[in-house]
Design a protein around this ligand. Structure first.
Ligand SMILES: Cc1cc2nc3c(=O)[nH]c(=O)nc-3n(C[C@H](O)[C@H](O)[C@H](O)COP(=O)(O)OP(=O)(O)OC[C@H]3O[C@@H](n4cnc5c(N)ncnc54)[C@H](O)[C@@H]3O)c2cc1C
Length: 587
């Protein structure tokens, strides 16, 4: 007997799951053309896009010479040659229009004295293929994502987009009767009431963001639990390049809260306990503005060499003390407040303790450049299913994303996905879905509410985060990954024996966190298994036991699929090249 629950039925042409930058940009494209709803577990303006600080890049050449081709070169090199060059070309070329679009939507960018959109330096962005750092990132102080999110949300409101706020999607429904799999609906849980909602729809675009909450030291919001990727993964859709996860060099020590790379773009310097500017040695040309994978490894190397600070010698410093105080106030107001609030440090006069923090998922749901989801390594698509933003892998970031390329990715591919979805919907019939489509999910809720196991969600999550940060972060080895895998497998068994305290229907976060934990466990296992198989070092995936890039054997994308029996299958597909042949990555 199922516990009684109210079920509501809806019918839409298109459903967008997620109201961050990618979801909202897609919604603008479909609004007014087809009957669309956006379902989001957070109120839209609370999405993690709003936490993005430093900027969004485009070769506008407002402050110095620049071309989209230089941007593309930097992105390919930054990706450690794992990015697909045709997709990168599209992103860098369309970047310019994407920024102008935002300006026309009313976005409040920081400006130059003569009124143009100002641009600042960011890691790995260079002039003329690596000569020197270039000013390519458009920004709004250190609140760029906040401004983008507000701007896009206002445009959605102006277009009468229908939002289901604080509704969490937990099942994606497919018609598997014909040869090509086809999406037909989603099942969502309403946070305020515990009611279930079944949405029949011709198309679904997932824009659910990242999964950085599988790590202990992380810049990510608590809500970034990989729901979209995990829901597809559970239904045998592969994850692409999931072993590649970015660690941002400058997280606040002990917390992981991000201090934007903009701090170094504005002239900030990294120093070890001896006061040395160690990036001089590692990247003589661009120094502190090397790409994130290299800077995070350089910090790790300083710590291993005993040149870290503090009682455990496990952090280094971000030094802004030489910058004019008025520059800190006008260009970096939020992050200087974070240093004051969380560490009691005044960044104008004191150096800030920092350590690498889990930041960004390069891998995710495989898509083509129109955000259509790929079913396998042959490139076959799933009808009506789209993904864009951090949950997707196009792949434009390859093994390492350059700073400011994600805010760009979400608007460029959100827009392309929205366009393609609107077109598809107009040519497709409405699906039939049965009245009991919600039953499997309802059974899952009942199981959790009725369970009286001894294990607690918060404890399992904390142990997962601990092992991922210890064993699967900036530096990995076969043995560290083996240890992580052992812990994850053990935690997954213990997860079967959890119980929750709140059995109610109203804002039951106890229940939701239990469901989200399953997503984190699944994706962590996929990450660790894929990372163990990749016996080379490339971008953010550094193997101390295989410390070189191996283009002969590993110039290929990983596709990790969960088989119906629960085991994982690893398949590979070639990287799509272009005009930039692989070369050694020096800066
Ligand atoms: C602190 C921080 C600073 C950053 N700074 C920069 C920067 O300066 N420049 C840059 O380029 N990148 C930056 N990034 C990265 C960038 O912000 C993100 O990659 C990007 O904003 C992700 O956008 P998104 O639309 O894909 O997802 P998000 O903005 O994370 O939105 C996800 C959406 O999905 C919804 N959702 C999730 N699961 C469900 C579910 N099951 N059901 C319903 N809804 C669901 C949520 O409610 C939310 O609306 C930063 C990231 C962080 C964490």
């Amino acid at each position: 007997m199922l516990l009684s629950v109210k079920v509501h039925y809806h019918s839409y042409d298109a459903i967008i799951v997620g109201a961050g930058g990618a979801g909202l940009r897609a919604a603008i494209e479909v609004a007014g053309k087809v009957k669309t709803a956006v379902i989001t577990k957070l109120y839209p303006t609370r999405s993690h896009t709003g936490a993005a600080q430093g900027g969004m890049c485009a070769a506008l050449a407002n402050v110095e010479e620049d071309y989209w081709e230089w941007h593309a070169f930097d992105t390919v090199k930054g990706s450690d040659y794992l990015g697909d060059q045709p997709a990168i070309d599209i992103m860098c070329k369309e970047a310019i229009d994407a920024v102008i679009d935002l300006e026309h939507f009313g976005m409040a960018f920081s400006r130059t004295a003569d009124g143009h959109i100002d641009q600042r330096r960011f890691g790995g962005h260079t002039r003329n293929h690596g000569e020197a750092p270039v000013r390519r990132s458009c920004y709004a102080a250190d609140r760029t994502g906040h401004m983008i999110l507000q701007t896009l949300f206002q445009q959605c409101v102006a277009r009468d987009v229908k939002f289901f706020n604080e509704f969490q999607v937990f099942d994606i429904l497919f018609d598997d009767t014909s040869q090509q799999r086809k999406v037909v609906g989603v099942v969502a849980y309403e946070l305020a009431t515990g009611d279930l909602h079944v949405f029949a729809t011709k198309a679904v675009l997932l824009a659910t963001g990242g999964y950085g909450k599988m790590f202990k030291i992380s810049s990510n919001a608590h809500t970034l639990t990989g729901d979209g990727p995990a829901l597809l993964f559970q239904k045998s859709i592969p994850m692409q390049d999931i072993e590649f996860f970015q660690f941002h060099p400058t997280g606040i020590y002990g917390f992981g809260i991000l201090l934007s790379e903009a701090a170094r773009g504005e002239g900030g310097i990294l120093r070890n306990v001896l006061g040395e500017r160690f990036m001089d040695r590692v990247a003589p040309t661009v120094k502190d503005l090397a790409p994130r994978d290299m800077v995070s490894r350089a910090i790790h190397a300083e710590i291993v060499a005993g040149r870290g600070a503090g009682p455990e010698k496990d952090y280094v410093f971000l030094d802004l003390t030489h910058l004019p105080p008025e520059q800190i106030d006008s260009k970096l107001p939020d992050i200087s407040d974070f240093a004051r609030t969380y560490l009691g440090i005044e960044p104008k006069t004191q150096q800030i303790p920092i350590q690498p923090t889990a930041h960004y998922a390069m891998g995710g749901i495989p898509t083509n450049v129109d955000a259509e989801v790929l079913a396998d390594e042959t490139g076959a698509t799933v009808l009506g299913l789209y993904a864009a933003g951090e949950c997707a892998c196009v792949s434009v970031h390859g093994a390492n994303r350059l700073g400011t390329n994600s805010l760009l990715d979400i608007v460029v591919f959100g827009r392309r996905g929205g366009k393609k979805m609107a077109q598809y919907v107009l040519e497709t019939d409405h699906p039939e879905i049965t009245k009991d489509a919600h039953i499997p999910f309802q059974q899952r809720i009942d199981e959790l509410k009725n369970a009286n196991g001894q294990e607690k969600v918060a404890i399992i999550r904390a142990e997962l985060q601990e092992t991922m940060t210890k064993n699967a972060s900036v530096v990995r080895t076969h043995d560290s990954l083996e240890e992580a895998l052992g812990v994850i497998e053990d935690l997954s068994k213990r997860y079967l024996n959890i119980s929750i305290d709140d059995k109610g229907n109203v804002f039951n976060y106890d229940l939701l966190e239990a469901l989200e934990l399953e997503h984190l466990l699944e994706l962590a296992r996929a990450m660790v298994v894929s990372a163990q198989a990749r016996t080379e070092s490339r971008g953010a995936h550094w193997r101390d036991d295989f410390p070189t890039r191996d283009d002969v054997n590993w110039m290929k994308h990983t596709l990790t699929t969960k088989k119906p029996d629960g085991t994982l299958r690893l398949a590979y597909k070639p990287v799509v090249g272009g005009k930039y042949p692989p070369m050694e990555r020096k800066y």
